[in-house]
Design a protein around this ligand. Structure first.
Ligand SMILES: Cc1ncc(COP(=O)(O)O)c(C=O)c1O
Length: 325
């Protein structure tokens, strides 16, 4: 990695979360010279959102910060699967800000098992875990089911953040990512789960720029979600964006050998720790699109590094008492 292109982002207003957590913003933008892109006339930049904060990495910071401010000291309750990056980031934010957090975890059966390293980290950070049966979890956005889940978790007054953290404040928080890339890249690309980061990124890019999203889940449903999130956040569509649905590699958390090899090779070439579930799929997709000629020669392509690999080390003596059912 050579050049460290300085980004002159907008001056972000200081909020309680930014004052307390001291994020590194704007995040660094590095050029990653790579002959596989260069031979098609494409310059690859890495937007290092993974360096924003040691624990609230990448899009977690951008989506959580406005919600941490909005929670204004109330208990923050959110949802996730057993390996959720979003749950871990929320738990860490709770510890750092002294904010009580509750994590509603998909799968009642997990309550009877030892915590996996990801949930153990949440618990060690003081998050109270509530395990919900899968049927209720699926219906968690329906008002009656949500009310029952909050009651069961003993958190009826909590400030609720949806699964993956993508609500209107989160999407608006992600516009800063687009603003930081404005005038620095022709195309900005991001891996997508709920689509919240893409919705905000596209809105923040300037005219004539476009965003590309690479969904890591199978299903082809994400376009409607991104439109709905932009409606909630901005009242209507914003920016130019598209999705390429071909790079989910079989679905969420699937990392076949070919993808693993690609990611390990990318790490060797660029010294970048490549998070496998999102970032590896994005980078693989961008190389394929480049080889197919999707970007005209002269294109400056920014790949957003939205996370870092989870090291999986659970702190010793994780308190099992943090678990509720
Ligand atoms: C590392 C990483 N990248 C990308 C995403 C996708 O973000 P979004 O759900 O906003 O599409 C996630 C999930 O939140 C993530 O953990």
């Amino acid at each position: 990695m050579t050049d460290n292109v300085r980004v002159t982002g907008p001056d972000a207003p200081e909020t309680p979360a930014t004052a307390a957590l001291r994020p590194r913003l704007p995040s660094p933008l590095h050029e990653a010279p790579d002959e596989r892109f260069a031979r098609h006339g494409v310059r690859l930049l890495l937007k290092r959102d993974d360096l924003i904060h040691p624990e609230l990495t990448g899009n977690k910071w951008r989506k959580l910060a406005p919600n941490l401010d909005a929670a204004a000291g109330r208990t923050l309750l959110t949802f996730g699967g057993a390996w959720s990056n979003h749950l871990r980031a929320t738990a860490a934010a709770g510890r750092l800000l002294g904010l009580p957090t509750v994590g509603v975890v998909r799968g009642e059966e997990l309550a009877a098992r030892p915590l996996n390293p990801s949930l153990a980290r949440c618990a060690a950070d003081g998050m109270r875990l509530h395990f919900a049966d899968r049927a209720a979890y699926r219906r968690k956005t329906e008002p009656d089911t949500l009310a029952a889940l909050l009651r069961a978790a003993g958190a009826e007054d909590a400030y609720v953040v949806p699964e993956g953290g993508s609500n209107a404040p989160a999407v608006r928080g992600c516009t800063a990512l687009g603003q930081e890339l404005r005038d620095r890249a022709d195309v900005a690309a991001v891996a997508c789960g709920t689509g919240g980061t893409l919705a905000g990124l596209a809105a923040g890019l300037g005219p004539g720029r476009r965003a590309v999203g690479v969904p890591v889940l199978k299903g082809g449903f994400l376009g409607g979600e991104v439109r709905a999130l932009q409606r909630k956040a901005f009242g209507g569509p914003r920016g130019e964006w598209s999705l390429d649905d071909r790079f989910h590699f079989g679905g969420y958390a699937r990392v076949p050998a070919g993808l693993e090899a690609f990611a390990a090779d990318f790490e060797d070439r660029h010294g970048l720790p490549v998070e496998r579930l999102y970032v590896a799929k994005l980078l693989y997709g961008l190389l394929t699109m480049t080889e197919e000629g999707a970007f005209p020669p002269g294109t400056v392509l920014a790949a957003v590094v939205t996370g870092r690999p989870f090291d999986g080390d659970a702190p010793a003596g994780t308190p099992q008492t943090a678990v509720s059912r």
